[in-house]
Design a protein around this ligand. Structure first.
Ligand code: KIV
Length: 267
């Protein structure tokens, strides 16, 4: 029986890094289920890589539930993290409880992820934890706040913002967060937070010393030829492979080389 809190805790204790990948649909989830990947995040990054928006802000609670259901069906053996979308919790703790509860009720996700370190988020983390909903916190570059953060920039570069992030990560852990995702911060800060708190950190652009790493599946699979951020390593050139396969299919159709007799039904 999977349990995300225990599995992450055990990895941290044994010093084995935790691998997390995002996913948004059943077909890829099925494939990921057959790998050693430790966990799957149904991220609000779907706003960009699935829906084609310029940010994560348009993603709705319904979108998260729809995609999380599909991923949960495809990867029943993996702990699934569901993202809480913009405006599903910023309005009040009660709204956040209802949104997180709805995700947990309607999908088989194992936990929710919450961006930010406001008093509301800390209180919500506490309340969700109390009612049995595990929470992953998300600090550093929090894309739902990219407007006030001045864009998609490395965070925690000043001594003040650095000290604040360390302090807030401790407060979130005290409120019950079982893990903290750290996005786009200096490597030294990723290390310091990881050493300062008792739960695993998952980094994206947070350097080499976090307890684990997460990447967006389309990024690591090389689906976007024009996207090359410093933190990314591409493990495949899926865009190239897909273009090649679709080109071959097109040529076959035009040449009447497909379908062949073996693809046709008899009388
Ligand atoms: O929504 C998302 O995919 C994320 C990334 C930081 C991994 O939160």
């Amino acid at each position: 029986m999977k349990n995300i809190i225990l599995e992450f805790k055990k990895k941290r204790e044994t010093g084995i890094p935790i691998s997390v990948i995002t996913c948004y649909d059943y077909s890829f989830a099925r494939v990921f289920a057959q790998t050693e990947i430790d966990s799957i995040l149904v991220g609000d990054s779907m706003g960009m890589v699935i829906q084609g928006h310029g940010s994560t802000m348009p993603v709705t609670l319904e979108d998260i539930i729809y995609h999380t259901k599909a991923v949960c069906k495809g990867a029943q053996n993996k702990p699934i993290i569901a993202d809480m979308p913009f405006l599903s919790y910023q309005t009040s703790v009660e709204d956040g409880i209802r949104a997180a509860g709805t995700i947990m009720k309607e999908t088989t996700a194992d936990c929710v992820k919450l961006e930010g370190d406001s008093d509301l988020v800390i209180e919500l983390t506490h309340r969700l934890n109390e009612m049995g909903v595990p929470v992953m916190s998300h600090l550093g570059l929090t894309p739902q706040s990219f407007n006030t953060l001045g864009g998609y920039k490395v965070q925690g570069k000043t001594p003040e913002s650095r000290a604040r992030m360390i302090q807030k990560s401790k407060e979130l852990v005290d409120a019950g967060a079982f893990s903290v995702l750290l996005e786009m911060i200096p490597e030294s800060l990723g290390k310091e937070i990881t050493e300062s708190i008792s739960v695993p950190t998952i980094g994206i652009g947070a350097g080499r010393h976090t307890s684990g790493q997460v990447l967006v599946m389309q990024d690591l699979l090389g689906m976007n030829d024009e996207f090359h951020p410093k933190f990314l390593k591409k493990y495949a050139n899926l865009a190239g492979e897909v273009k090649k396969a679709v080109g071959l299919y097109h040529d076959d159709v035009v040449k009447r080389a497909f379908p062949e007799e073996e693809n046709a039904f008899g009388d």
